[in-house]
Design a protein around this ligand. Structure first.
Ligand code: ATP
Ligand code: MG
Length: 377
C-alpha cells in the first residue's frame, strides 16, 4: 500500500483528472499532473503540474521519480509513455488495456472474442473494403478507429458513396463502419477492479445523448433486473479478461427485445459515472485513487437516486448562468471544472440532482434544465 502523503501521478489534465485529484487529495495524497496545457482543470488543483507533452522524456522521468504510482484520465495517452512509466513505477491501467480501448478495431474484436455482442460492423482500411460492404450496414456510422471522442471523428452515412466520401474526408485512416441501430436506450456500467476477485460495479446509469455528446445520466437506469444482471456480468467479464486494474466504463446499446450490445470501453472513470460523487458511498474517482494506492475498494451502494446533467459551453451563450437560482433547489450539486472559455459542445461542468425517489430527481433535473435554457434531448 502507498501511504497518504506520498505522490500519485496522473497523465492528462482534464476534468476527469481534476475530480481524481480532488478525491486523492481528500485522502491525503499529493498529486502530480502531466499535461501540456497552460490552463488545465486538473493542473489547477494538483499539488504539482508538469507542463509538458505526454512524450516528453524529461517530464516522464520527473513524474516517475516523484510518484509511486501513475494513472491516466484519458485513453489517448501514447502507449510508449505508459510503457516507460511502467518500467519505473506502478502504472494502472496497463498499457495493454489502454491500447485495446484506444482502438475501436481492436476493442470490437476483443469484445466479440469474449462472446459479447457489438453492433454489426466492418473494418475499413481502404475504399475497396467499403465497396464490398453488404447493404445490411447501411444506414451506418463511419467512426475513426483511433482518437475520436464526443462524437468527433464520426459521420452518418446512408449510401456507399457517402461512406467512401466520409472515409476519404477523415483522411482515409483506419475506420469502422457500424450499422446505425434503432436504440431503445443506452446504459453504462462503471467497474472498479483492484485485482482478481476484487471487482465492484456501480449502479447502472441510463444515458441520454444529444448531438453525439452525453447530455444526461439517470441512476438507477429504468431497466429490468435481468438486463441489469447481464450488463453487469458483461462489464465484469471484460474487466477480468483485460486483467484490469483501476476504473473502467462499458457503454452499452439496448435494442429491441432487451438485446444488449457493447458500444465501447473507456479505460478510466466516465462522464456517466459522475453521479457517484454525490450519490454513492464511494465515487468512481475515490475508487481510482484507492486502487492506485493499493487500498481496499469502497462500497458503491447508492445513497439516493440521481440525475446528472452535463453543462456544455452553450449554457453560457447568453450570459453566466444564474447559479443561485439553480442551487435554490434542494438536492442540487454543482460541479464546475474551472475552464475559462465556454465553447459550444465543451464540457464545462455538471449538475447532479439528488432525491429520495427517481421521479423527484427527474422533476428537479427538468426544472434546472429549463432554468438554464438547455434544450430537451
Ligand atoms: P464518447 O467518447 O463521448 O463516448 P465517441 O466519440 O466515442 O463518444 P460513440 O460512443 O461511438 O462516440 O458514439 C456516441 C453516441 O452516438 C452514442 O452514445 C450513441 O448515442 C450514438 N451512436 C453511436 N454509434 C451508434 C450506432 N451504431 N447506432 C446508433 N447510435 C449510435
Ligand atoms: Mg461513447
Amino acid at each position: 500500500m502507498i501511504k497518504p502523503g506520498a505522490w500519485l501521478g496522473l497523465l492528462g489534465g482534464g476534468q476527469l483528472g481534476r475530480m481524481f485529484t480532488m478525491a486523492a487529495q481528500s485522502m491525503g495524497y499529493r498529486v502530480c499532473v502531466l499535461d501540456p496545457g497552460d490552463h488545465s482543470p486538473a493542473g489547477a488543483v494538483a499539488d504539482r503540474h508538469l507542463r509538458a507533452d505526454y512524450t516528453d522524456a524529461h517530464a516522464l522521468e520527473a513524474l516517475a521519480g516523484l510518484c509511486q504510482a501513475v494513472t491516466t484520465e484519458f485513453e489517448n495517452v501514447p502507449a510508449r509513455s505508459l510503457a516507460y512509466l511502467a518500467s519505473r513505477c506502478r502504472v494502472s491501467p496497463s498499457a495493454e488495456a489502454v491500447s485495446i480501448a484506444q482502438d475501436r478495431i481492436a476493442e470490437k474484436a476483443f469484445v466479440q472474442g469474449q462472446g459479447i455482442a457489438t453492433a454489426p460492423y466492418l473494418v475499413v482500411n481502404s475504399i475497396d473494403d467499403l465497396q464490398q460492404v453488404g447493404a445490411n450496414l447501411l444506414p451506418g456510422i463511419i467512426k475513426v478507429s483511433r482518437l475520436g471522442y464526443d462524437g468527433k471523428g464520426q459521420a452518418r452515412v446512408t449510401t456507399i458513396d457517402e461512406a467512401i466520401a466520409a472515409f476519404v474526408d477523415m483522411g482515409s485512416v483506419p475506420c469502422v463502419l457500424e450499422r446505425h441501430l434503432p436504440l431503445q436506450m443506452e446504459i453504462s456500467v462503471v467497474v472498479a477492479r483492484a485485482g482478481k476477485g476484487e471487482a465492484l460495479t456501480f449502479p447502472i446509469a441510463e444515458n441520454r445523448h444529444a448531438h453525439g455528446i452525453l447530455d444526461m445520466s439517470i441512476m438507477p437506469a429504468r431497466i429490468s433486473e435481468s438486463l441489469a444482471t447481464r450488463a453487469r456480468a458483461a462489464a465484469l467479464r471484460l474487466a477480468d479478461a483485460l486483467d484490469y486494474l483501476g476504473v473502467l466504463c462499458v457503454e452499452f446499446f439496448v435494442t429491441e427485445g432487451e438485446t444488449l450490445l457493447v458500444n465501447e470501453i473507456a479505460p478510466r472513470p466516465h462522464n456517466s459515472g459522475h453521479y457517484s460523487i454525490d450519490a454513492c458511498v464511494s465515487s468512481q474517482f475515490e475508487q481510482q485513487a484507492r486502487i492506485l494506492a493499493g487500498l481496499p475498494l469502497g462500497a458503491v451502494d447508492p445513497l439516493c437516486s440521481a440525475v446528472m446533467i452535463n453543462l456544455l459551453g452553450e449554457v453560457w451563450a447568453a450570459h453566466e448562468p444564474d447559479w443561485a437560482s439553480v442551487l435554490r433547489h434542494p438536492g442540487v450539486k454543482l460541479h464546475l471544472y474551472g475552464k475559462t472559455h465556454p465553447r459550444q459542445g465543451r464540457k464545462m461542468g455538471h449538475i447532479t440532482c439528488l432525491a429520495a425517489s427517481l421521479d423527484e430527481a427527474l422533476a428537479t433535473a427538468h426544472a434546472v434544465r429549463h432554468e438554464l435554457g438547455i434544450e430537451r434531448a
